[in-house]
Design a protein around this ligand. Structure first.
Ligand code: SF4
Ligand code: SF4
Length: 470
């Protein structure tokens, strides 16, 4: 039976409830009165239930779809302004004991080179990332208790935080590793991680079991209940996501929102972020083998509907998406993107002899090019990592976010960290565009006192000081 408060995956991601939601959404996809009333509800900016949001996703009335896009854009502006937070993935190890059929790291793939970075190699990778200007990383590993145990991950996090090259520093390490125990989550928390990210891949249990035929990940319930264990272990910022293309997107969309409702109902705080990856080509993986691929229009609609349904949850877009697609969906609700990414183990510091990528990157531009492009589109790239360093995590973060107060920190922090980036890493062209943007944006800080502190700190950054934050 559907129960968002249950701790059992089959209850809070209840198949019958999803099927009933899809039936309801399909029946009402042309129901103007109902859709208008849902849009009115969404305008209150308190989010929507999985049922209401599923109706908007299915809506086939053109003018109401336009309203949905407009509202998504307005909500994005209200909560995130023009800011886009930058991050990079760092692959530590691609050893994996699982059999995920959509990922080239699956254990039966005998020809992909297997690599695990030594601590010295991590220093090289992180130095290269710092020299690009990154401050926020998401570390990625396959699942392998022998080759990649939790102690290795913990040691690697310590190494990453310890590296200070020139003015560089990694100030927030998010972690994307396999579902694990409460005890291990507690260790990750103690190691000072930001968000724990785990993609569900698919919420459809039957498909999940088929797509994950072997290895510990085959256990759907253990995987789906991982966020609860993470929260029990003290990690209060968790990041959800599905791999669009594996199952029917409407099913995944409803499942994703039910997962968010579950976390909110049980822990008082929903996911910190939602990622929206689509399946990509990779070594021995052909995306056309999966017949649930979604086109760019559908993808844009999903992004807009997630934005409306969970206004307080950041949304992450990776370099799986091309420049064109990124440009299209940024304003609909994306708050964080990666730039200059390498999706292979050791990809930042080394010229690769053999390809060990997890997926093909569609956006191959450098971080400097991405930063300049964002600014030319009117966005403010941000290298901010302030919240978790100031203890603003979990429900503390969410209550500030819901009260609209986090905004008072985000813009000043974005401008100060962008300033650091421009001085330390940007090309002259990017710097020129960025300096003009900072001058303009600093004037829009509503609080006069904060505005004057920011002006003062921007000059201190010019004079070599670093790492200011609100
Ligand atoms: S998706 Fe993760 S768990 Fe599955 S094969 Fe790839 S690296 Fe391993
Ligand atoms: S102030 Fe907090 S919410 Fe805002 S950009 Fe920085 S880390 Fe994110």
């Amino acid at each position: 039976m559907y129960d968002p408060k249950s701790m059992v995956a089959d209850d809070f991601i209840n198949h019958d409830e999803i099927m009933e939601t899809l039936r309801y959404a399909s029946e009402n996809k042309s129901n103007r009165a109902l859709i208008e009333s849902i849009i009115e509800k969404a305008k209150l900016r308190k989010g929507l239930s999985h049922r209401d949001a599923s109706v908007l996703l299915e809506c086939d009335i053109p003018d109401l779809n336009e309203e949905i896009y407009t509202l998504a854009n307005e909500i994005k502006q209200d909560f995130y302004g023009n800011r886009i937070v930058m991050f990079a993935p760092l692959y530590l190890s691609n050893y994996c004991v699982n059999g995920c059929v959509y990922c080239p790291y699956h254990s039966k793939n005998k020809h992909i080179p297997r690599k695990k970075l030594t601590q010295e190699e991590i220093v090289r990778e992180v130095t290269a990332l710092q020299d690009m200007g990154h401050k926020r990383l998401a570390i990625e590993t396959g699942e392998d208790p022998v080759n990649c145990p939790i102690d290795y991950v913990l040691e690697s996090i310590k190494t990453i935080y310890s590296i200070k090259h020139r003015n560089g520093a990694i100030r927030r390490v998010n972690v994307n590793i396999a579902a694990t125990t409460v005890e291990n989550y507690r260790k990750l928390k103690e190691a000072g991680i930001g968000t724990y990210i785990l993609f569900q891949e698919t919420y459809h249990k039957e498909s999940y079991l088929r797509l994950h035929p072997t290895g510990p990940k085959h256990d759907y319930n253990y995987h789906t209940e991982a966020m609860d264990r993470a929260m029990e272990g003290g990690i209060d910022d968790v990041g959800c996501g599905v791999l669009f293309g594996l199952e029917l997107y409407r099913y995944e969309f409803a499942g994703l929102l039910m997962h968010a409702e579950h976390l909110e109902a049980v822990h008082g705080v929903g996911p910190h972020t939602i990622s929206v990856p689509r399946i990509r080509r990779a070594d021995d993986i052909d995306p056309s083998a999966f017949d649930n691929g979604i086109d760019d229009d559908t993808f844009a609609k999903i992004v807009a509907c997630i934005r409306i349904a969970v206004p307080y949850t950041g949304m992450i877009l990776s370099t799986r998406e091309s420049k064109v697609v990124r440009e299209r969906v940024l304003h609909l609700g994306i708050s964080q993107i990666s730039g200059g990414s390498r999706t292979s183990v050791g990809g930042y510091a080394e010229e690769e002899e053999e390809d060990s990528s997890q997926f093909e990157v569609s956006d191959n531009r450098t971080l400097d090019e991405v930063v300049k492009w964002l600014m030319e589109l009117g966005y403010t790239p941000s290298f901010c990592t302030a919240c978790y360093r100031e203890g603003r995590t979990g429900d503390r973060f969410m209550s500030l976010c819901k009260a609209g107060q986090i905004q008072n920190c985000c813009l000043p922090n974005a401008l100060m960290t962008l300033k650091e980036y421009l001085i330390d890493y940007a090309s002259p062209e990017t710097k020129a565009v960025g300096d003009a943007l900072i001058a303009k944006e600093a004037e829009t800080i509503p609080n006069e006192k904060v505005r004057s502190i920011v002006r003062e700190r921007l000059s201190l950054i010019e004079n070599g000081e670093r790492d200011f934050r609100f």
